[in-house]
Design a protein around this ligand. Structure first.
Ligand SMILES: CC(C)(COP(=O)(O)OP(=O)(O)OC[C@H]1O[C@@H](n2cnc3c(N)ncnc32)[C@H](O)[C@@H]1OP(=O)(O)O)[C@@H](O)C(=O)NCCC(=O)NCCS
Length: 161
């Protein structure tokens, strides 16, 4: 098992995982061109988890140029939820987000109904900051209520000590 920066050759697997049946209730879809652009965008970091030569999950972070100390977890998805792959990606994502001393906060938006993801974020010290009724549109085209979570550097340092 390895977590590394995504490469062009990973895009097909990333899209396959993002478009897993059932995930369309939770987030939108990026086009192939958008996924490709993320790889070279200095504002973004894309991580993949690889096992036995296959991509098992990915994470997209953004805000490294524009975030002014607030890095966003823009996508996190595991090929097979429930086996800890998402947690391992999240561990790396947190480390990368807080690697720059200027990062004060790591934040994300999640569909309120996505109780599995919310449990995982809360387990990792993310605090509910806001509820945004009708705050997003899923890939299924439905308006969804959004919960916004944030992890402050102080909390991350305390939890990872
Ligand atoms: C969210 C996600 C990345 C988490 O990664 P994961 O590898 O599944 O996480 P883990 O296996 O470490 O943990 C899953 C946890 O959810 C819990 N869980 C499972 N179904 C649940 C539910 N319906 N409600 C609440 N908790 C649930 C499990 O019990 C486990 O918690 P525990 O170990 O504390 O008991 C992954 O499930 C995923 O890709 N989901 C689909 C895409 C998605 O929702 N992405 C997040 C968008 S913001």
């Amino acid at each position: 098992m390895a977590i590394r920066a995504a490469r062009e050759a990973d895009i097909a697997a990333i899209i396959e995982i993002e478009r897993t049946p059932g995930f369309e209730r939770f987030f939108g879809w990026f086009s192939e061109d958008e996924h490709r652009a993320h790889l070279s965008d200095p504002d973004c970091r894309v991580l993949v988890m690889e096992e036995d030569g296959a991509v098992q999950g990915f994470a997209l972070l953004r805000g490294f140029v524009t975030g002014e100390g607030h890095i966003r977890l823009n996508r996190l998805a595991a090929r097979t939820p429930g086996n800890g792959a998402g947690q391992r990606l999240l561990d790396h994502a947190k480390a990368i987000a807080f690697e720059a001393p200027s990062t004060q906060r790591f934040w994300l938006r999640v569909a309120e109904t996505n109780s599995r993801a919310r449990h995982v974020y809360e387990r990792n010290g993310f605090m509910l900051e806001a509820r945004l009724p009708n705050g997003g549109v899923s890939a299924a085209g439905e308006t969804v209520d959004i919960a916004r979570y944030g992890l402050l550097r102080e909390v991350w340092q305390f939890e990872s000590a």
